[in-house]
Design a protein around this ligand. Structure first.
Ligand SMILES: [Zn+2]
Length: 248
């Protein structure tokens, strides 16, 4: 499985990073996880085409994780015409929130006659589903977004990838990342700050309990970006970056 970090920024694009988006490739199939309002910039920068996406999974309903979907759908309709169906999986509420976002950003677009069929599957955590040949498992985490927020685990070809989504520390992360080949965890601040987000001291305290084979942090706020050397010196994980590719 190949993991491409399309966007590793926080909601405010700290460090000039694109909003959260991960691309997973295995056996000719492509799964995209999250697509924030500013993910399309990272996607374009890497020269990717939306026609390459076979399935899409949204971890939670915040604008920096799903807010780019109206742009993605319209791009596939008008700019780089998509010729195959698209299925979007995400938490309960995704259908109505996406519809609201489309009408707010581009009025009238919910009534378009689409050139490609697309549909939404709302999956309540905990769920196990197969998306484009990837085995997907979701668990609820601690992050208020008007709908359940999830961490996800993706398996394919005997490899496994886990992603925290956005969350404060919860032991669900130990479960979702157990023995994963790569666990990507959000880390937003260097001290307890924003509710529903991870800070480095809380993550550090729990690191000895994490059983993933490799771990990286993402969704870094400005303090974390300037504190990366401190985190490494304290035995912390490496940081992901936009455009980074990891082969599992
Ligand atoms: Zn969020």
């Amino acid at each position: 499985m190949r993991v491409t970090f399309v966007g590793t920024g926080d909601a405010f694009g700290s460090g000039g990073r694109a909003h959260t988006c991960l691309r997973l490739d295995h056996a000719g199939q492509t799964l995209m996880i999250d697509f924030g309002a500013a993910s399309i910039v990272g996607w374009r920068r890497l020269g990717f085409s939306f026609n390459e996406i076979d399935g899409l999974l949204v971890t939670h309903l915040h604008g920096d994780h799903f807010g780019g979907l109206p742009f993605l759908l319209l791009e596939a309709q008008f700019v780089d015409p998509r010729d195959k169906p698209l299925t979007i999986y995400g938490p309960p509420g995704l259908r109505s929130r996406l519809s609201m976002a489309m009408e707010a950003f581009f009025p009238g677009t919910t009534g378009i006659k689409w050139r490609f069929p697309w549909e939404i599957h709302e999956i309540a955590p905990p769920s196990r589903v197969e998306i484009a040949g990837f085995a997907v498992r979701t668990m609820e985490v601690v992050h208020a977004s008007g709908a359940p927020a999830t961490a996800v685990r993706i398996g394919a070809g005997g490899k496994s990838f886990a992603f925290s989504g956005d969350t404060a520390w919860t032991d669900a992360l130990l479960d979702i990342s157990a023995d994963a080949d790569l666990f990507v965890c959000e880390c937003h601040s260097m001290a307890p700050k924003a509710p529903g987000h991870m800070d480095w001291p809380r993550l550090r305290e729990n690191l000895p309990r994490v059983r993933a084979r490799r771990m990286m942090i993402t969704h870094m706020g400005p303090e974390v970006l300037v504190g990366l050397d401190t985190i490494r010196a304290e035995g912390g994980p490496e940081a992901a970056s936009d455009g980074l590719v990891v082969e599992l």
